[in-house]
Design a protein around this ligand. Structure first.
Ligand SMILES: Cc1cc2nc3c(=O)[nH]c(=O)nc-3n(C[C@H](O)[C@H](O)[C@H](O)COP(=O)(O)OP(=O)(O)OC[C@H]3O[C@@H](n4cnc5c(N)ncnc54)[C@H](O)[C@@H]3O)c2cc1C
Length: 416
C-alpha cells in the first residue's frame, strides 16, 4: 500500500495551489463585492474560468472524458487532493468547472444521455458556457426517501408534461442555469423503484417558475437554493434521460460521485479551519499564556488533526474503490464518508470558532461559512441518518452471512 501521491498528482497539486494563490485568493474581495452588489454570477468568475481553462485546470473531476472533450483525464483518487485544494474557497470550484451541482449532472449525461442530448446539454456544460441544476427534493414529501417523489411526468404524444413542486434546488438562481434534470413519477403503478424517471427541462419552458431563493442559516446563496413550480411544463419526449422508470437508478449513480466530491472539498475546508485555529491559538494570549498552551485548546488542535487525517484516508480509499470497482461496489464506503465528513467539518469549525472567540462568529473570518457548509451537508445529498442506516444494514447483512463463523471465539467461555 503506497500512501504517497503520484508525481502526476503532486505536479497538479502544485499547479492548483499556485492558481489559488495567484488568482483565486486575491479575487476574494472582488467576488464578495460583486455578490454584495447583487450579482448572482460575479464577473470575476468568468475571468478565472478563462485562466483555469488555458492552464489546463479544467473538468478535473470527470474520469473517462472523450478524446475531443475539454479537460484532464484523472481518476477519482487523483482528483481527490485537487478538490481538497479548490474546496478551501467555497465558490472556487466553478472557476475550474468542477462545481456542484453541474459535476453530478455532467456525470449523468456522460453516462446516460443520447448523442443528441450530449451535444445540446453536456457539451456546453463541459465548456463551462452554461450551468444546470438537479431537482429531486419536494416540500410535501420526505425526500430523503427517493421513492416518495410525487412530481408527475406524464407522457402526452411526443411530449412529457410536468406537474409538481421542488425546493432547495441549488444553482437555479444562476443566470446561466439553462436546464434542470427533474426527477418525477412516470408510472405510479410500477414497482416502487421503477416509478421514477428523469427528464431534462429547459428553465425557460412555459410552466416552469422559479418562485424564490431560500436562505440557508440566514445566508442567501447567490446561485440559489430555489423553490421551483412545474405547472403543465411540456418538454419533448426526447428529453427523457435513459429509459422510463430508470430515475431511481440514475439518482443512485449520480449521488455516488457527487457525494465523494462534496467530501473531498469538505476535507479542504476542515484543513483551513484547523490551520486558522492553530495560528490563532499561537498568536493570542489569555491568562498569561498562548491559547494553545491551555490543555483543552491543544486537545482540540490535536483531535482535529487526527480526525481529519482519518477522514481523508477513508475518502481516498473510497475514491480508489470507485475507480477500481465502480460506484455500486463502493456504496458502503460512500455512505460512510458522507455520514462522517460533514459532521467532522462542523466539529472542527466549531472548535476553531471557539478559539477565535467572538470574532469566530463574525463574517470577518471564513469560519461561519465553513461551518454552514458542513451543516448543510449533514442534510443535502441525504441526511446523516440515511447513510448510517445504509452502513448498518450492510454490516448486519454481512453478519447474517457469516453466521456462526465467530463461535470459536466463545470457546473459552464454553470450556469453563
Ligand atoms: C443547502 C441545500 C441544498 C440542497 N440542494 C439540493 C438540490 O440541488 N437538489 C435537490 O433535489 N435537493 C437538494 N437539497 C435537499 C436535500 O437533498 C434534502 O433536504 C434531503 O435529501 C432530505 O430530504 P427532506 O428535506 O425532505 O428531509 P426528510 O426526508 O423529511 O427527512 C427529515 C429527517 O428525518 C430523518 N430521517 C429520514 N430518513 C431517516 C431514516 N431512514 N432513518 C433515520 N432518520 C431518518 C433525518 O434526520 C432527516 O434529516 C438541498 C438541501 C439543502 C439544505
Amino acid at each position: 500500500m503506497d500512501f504517497e501521491y503520484s508525481d502526476k498528482v503532486k505536479a497538479l497539486q502544485r499547479k492548483v495551489e499556485d492558481f489559488m494563490d495567484r488568482y483565486v485568493l486575491p479575487a476574494i474581495p472582488r467576488w464578495s463585492r460583486e455578490v454584495a452588489e447583487g450579482s448572482a454570477h460575479p464577473p470575476v468568475i468568468d475571468e478565472l474560468k478563462a485562466l483555469a481553462r488555458s492552464d489546463g485546470l479544467w473538468n478535473l473531476f470527470l474520469p473517462g472524458l472523450g478524446a475531443d472533450e475539454p479537460g484532464q483525464r484523472l481518476t477519482n483518487l487523483e482528483y481527490a487532493p485537487l478538490a481538497e485544494i479548490m474546496g478551501r474557497v467555497p465558490w472556487a470550484p466553478e472557476a475550474f468547472n468542477c462545481s456542484a451541482p453541474d459535476t453530478g449532472n455532467m456525470e449523468i449525461l456522460h453516462l446516460f444521455a443520447t448523442p443528441g442530448q450530449k451535444e445540446r446539454w453536456l457539451a456546453p456544460l463541459l465548456a463551462g458556457e452554461i450551468r444546470s441544476c438537479f431537482a429531486m427534493t419536494e416540500p410535501d414529501v420526505a425526500s430523503s426517501d427517493a421513492t416518495n417523489i410525487q412530481t408527475r411526468i406524464e407522457r402526452d404524444g411526443g411530449h412529457y408534461v410536468l406537474h409538481g413542486r421542488k425546493w432547495f434546488i441549488s444553482g437555479a438562481a444562476h443566470p446561466n442555469c439553462r436546464f434542470a434534470i427533474v426527477m418525477g413519477q412516470t408510472d405510479a403503478s410500477a414497482d416502487v423503484h421503477r416509478r421514477q424517471s428523469m427528464v431534462i427541462v429547459p428553465l425557460d419552458t412555459p410552466g416552469v417558475e422559479v418562485i424564490r431563493n431560500i436562505p440557508v442559516m440566514n445566508h442567501l446563496s447567490p446561485e440559489g437554493h430555489c423553490e421551483i413550480v412545474f405547472r403543465g411544463a411540456r418538454v419533448p419526449a426526447a428529453n427523457l434521460v435513459h429509459e422510463p422508470g430508470s430515475g431511481f437508478a440514475i439518482a443512485q449513480a449520480r449521488l455516488g460521485p457527487g457525494r465523494i466530491h462534496h467530501c473531498m472539498r469538505s476535507i479542504g475546508q476542515c484543513e483551513l479551519a484547523l490551520a486558522l485555529m492553530a495560528e490563532r491559538a499561537s498568536e493570542r494570549k489569555a491568562f498569561g499564556r498562548a491559547l494553545h498552551q491551555h490543555a483543552n485548546v491543544a486537545d482540540w488542535i490535536a483531535q482535529s488533526r487526527i480526525e481529519i487525517d482519518q477522514a481523508r484516508l477513508l475518502v481516498l480509499k473510497t475514491a480508489w474503490l470507485i475507480d477500481r470497482s465502480g460506484n455500486k461496489a463502493a456504496a458502503k464506503e460512500i455512505a460512510m464518508i458522507k455520514a462522517l465528513v460533514p459532521r467532522l467539518q462542523t466539529q472542527v469549525c466549531d472548535r476553531a470558532m471557539q478559539v477565535f472567540g467572538a470574532m469566530g462568529l463574525s463574517p470577518d473570518t471564513p469560519l461561519p461559512m465553513l461551518w454552514t457548509l458542513g451543516r448543510v451537508l449533514r442534510i443535502a445529498d441525504g441526511p446523516d441518518e440515511v447513510h448510517l442506516r445504509s452502513v448498518a444494514r450492510q454490516e448486519v447483512a454481512a453478519a447474517a452471512e457469516r453466521r456462526g463463523a465467530n463461535l470459536p471465539y466463545f470457546a473459552a467461555a464454553q470450556a469453563r
